[in-house]
Each structure stands twice: as C-alpha cells, then as structure tokens.
Design a protein. Structure first.
Length: 371
C-alpha cells in the first residue's frame, strides 16, 4: 500500500492520483453568531463521509474586518484513526491571492505525516460524521452587525492509498453582532440582509403590504398605492386620481358607462344625461328625460303637435290641442251634415260671417230635400 511522504504536506494535490470508487462525502462549514465586541469567532468544519479520509485541503475567504488568529485551528472531535494511532498535521494560513498586501483567503490542510512503526497504521478520518476542525478568527474592534459568507472552494479529499475522493461542500456564515434587531427573522439591510426596517418586526420582505399608509411593509421599495393594478394611484394618496382602487375598470380615461351607478372615468359621477340637455334620463332614480339621446326632448321642451314625438315628456304627442274635452284629433270640431256640407261648431259665439254661411248651408240642404 502506497503512503504519502511528509513532503506531500505542502503538495497534497500532486500526491493524490486517480479517483477511487467512493461513497458520498460532504464537507460543510457551520454558521456561527458572535456578540458585538467579542474578540474572536470560532467556526466549525464538519465531514459526513462514507470513505476513510487521509487528507483534506480546502480554501475559504477571509472575512472582512477579521484576521486569522495566531493560534488559528485545532482538530475537532471526529476521531483520527481507529485507535488514535499516528499524528494528523493541521495547517491554516492566510493567503494574499490578489497581491494587494492583505490576506484574503485561508488555506486549510489536514494530512497524516506518518504511520505507527509497530502497526503500520496512519492517522485517518474514519467513516461517519462529525467536526474535523475548528478555526478561529480575530475580530476587529468596533465590528458589529456584519454577515460574512464562508464559501468553501478548492476542496480535495484523499484516501490512505493516495487516491482522490469525490466531495461536495456546504457553505456557512459568520454573523457579528445582532443583524436582526427586531427579531422578525430577517437581517437588516445594513448588515447585508433584506429587512428594510430592522426596528419594526412587522416590516420585512414577506410582510403583508397595507395600502395607502405610507409604509413599505414588504420591502419592495414602495407603499401599495394601486391596489387594483390598473396603473392609477388611489385618490386616497397625494397625487392619486383613481376614485375606485378596487375596480380596475374605474380610473381616469376609462370609458364611461351611462346609468350603471359608477363613475367609470372618475369625472364627477355616473353619466346620467347623455344628450347634455340638463335633464337626467328616466332610466335613473329621479330622472325625467324620456329620450336621453335627443337634446330637444325633455320636460319643458316646446311640444310640436302631430309629429309623433313627445317633446315635453308628458306622455303624449299634440299637447297644444284646444278642441273640446276628450277630443284628440283637431283644434276645432266639424259636423258633417247630410248632403255633404260640413258645419263647424264650437263653444264660442260665431261671428256674423259664420252665421251667414250657416244660413246659406241650410238653404242648400232644404232645396235638395224638396227636389
């Protein structure tokens, strides 16, 4: 069985050769919260593995305002070797990856450095799960309310035969101070979260928005001022002109529907006088215009007799008739006399000329009868 020599401590990638047939191996970093003013943060790294592991290497970003502790890491509780035989080497060091003079990455290496002379066993991480290493970070003074992502990269596992093993990673966070001041489960925006008001537990991204109150409850950058979504703000807020914000068909510019009881276009009420003659249609309560599409027809209009139109909306045509009571045809009555002479009568005295005409008419009738 091949063994990696101590020189492989700093060259673990070149030590591991072909990929071995292996089970599921998961390397994860735990999330931790430390109080503001605390000098150091401890972060745990754990393995859930189905293979025996002889070497691990991974990188993590060095959080802002933090530095690797002078005694940066200790091995975790996960047993190294079935009988704790052999010695595991742990190194954790900062790296200046971009050459700006500041360390921004931490490289962690856990590796066996030898084997027991009597049994030949080397230190390994056995199958199972548990904490493999704790890493400590110093926190700069005055740091509060920061949330740092700990994204594992360049993770490599190797077995004690010098073969590399597949591995997946799970990231975590370091939270310094209280990033959720109101305790609503959402970190404040100033701490990298999305709670737009971390002093009010009723305000967070999943809160129910209350319209027209001037408060952005759900943190979408605005109060709800257009409930029906028709593109017009309610008249309950400054500058709004939607007179019914629960109905998307009601807003300025909408087509007005006459007599429906709605002010569809938000312009001074429902349309009840279509022809604009100053009289509401009799299709609405209190209206008396019997033809609201003709401005010449309404109560008080001049009636034109005999044209088939009820101009003054009194229920009949010919309202200017001056004939006898009950007569609805002409202005005067005519009586047809036998022989074809039409004699007219009325309640008023006849003028002399009319009397002379009657006498002549009577004479003609008499002569026809004698003939």
């Amino acid at each position: 069985m091949s063994r990696c020599l101590p020189i492989c401590v700093m060259a673990v990638l070149s030590c591991f050769g072909s990929v071995a047939f292996a089970g599921t191996n998961i390397l994860s970093v735990g999330s931790t919260v430390v109080d503001a003013g605390q000098e150091a943060a401890e972060v745990q790294f754990s393995m859930s593995n189905e293979d025996r592991i002889a070497g691990i290497e991974f990188w993590i970003p060095l959080p802002e305002s933090m530095a690797l502790s002078s005694e940066p890491a200790i091995l975790g509780a996960h047993t190294y070797g079935a009988d704790d035989i052999g010695t595991a080497l742990l190194t954790a060091k900062g790296i200046d990856s971009d050459g700006d003079g500041t360390e921004d990455l931490v490289k962690v290496l856990i590796f066996n450095i030898g084997q027991d002379a009597n049994t030949g066993k080397i230190a390994t991480i056995p199958e199972g799960s548990g904490v493999i290493v704790n890493i400590y970070f110093d926190i700069a003074d005055g740091t509060n309310g920061q949330v740092h992502q700990l994204q594992l990269t360049n993770a490599v596992l190797g077995d004690d035969d010098g073969k590399s093993l597949p591995v997946s990673t799970v990231s975590g966070t370091i939270t310094i101070g209280n990033a959720d001041l109101d305790g609503d489960g959402y970190n404040g925006e100033e701490y990298g979260g999305d709670d737009c008001d971390d002093d009010d537990a009723d305000i967070h991204p999943d809160a129910e928005e209350v319209p027209y109150d001037g408060i952005d409850q759900d943190c979408d950058d605005a109060d709800l001022t257009d409930v029906d979504g028709d593109g017009y703000d309610s008249d309950q807020v400054d500058g709004g002109d939607d007179c019914d914000d629960d109905d998307p068909d009601v807003h300025p510019g909408a087509d007005e529907v006459a007599y429906d009881g709605k002010d569809n276009d938000c312009a001074d009420g429902d349309l009840t006088d279509v022809d604009g003659d100053g009289y509401d249609s009799d299709q609405v309560v209190g209206g008396d215009d019997c033809d609201d599409e003709d401005a010449g027809v309404h109560p008080g209009a001049t009636e034109v007799a005999g044209d088939g139109i009820d101009q003054d909306c009194d229920g009949e045509d010919g309202s200017s008739d001056t004939g006898s009571p009950g007569d609805t045809d002409d202005a005067v009555d005519e009586t047809e006399t036998p022989g074809g002479c039409a004699c007219t009568t009325s309640g008023a005295p006849l003028p002399p000329a009319a009397l002379l005409g009657l006498v002549l008419c009577a004479s003609v009738v008499r002569r026809r009868r004698l003939a």
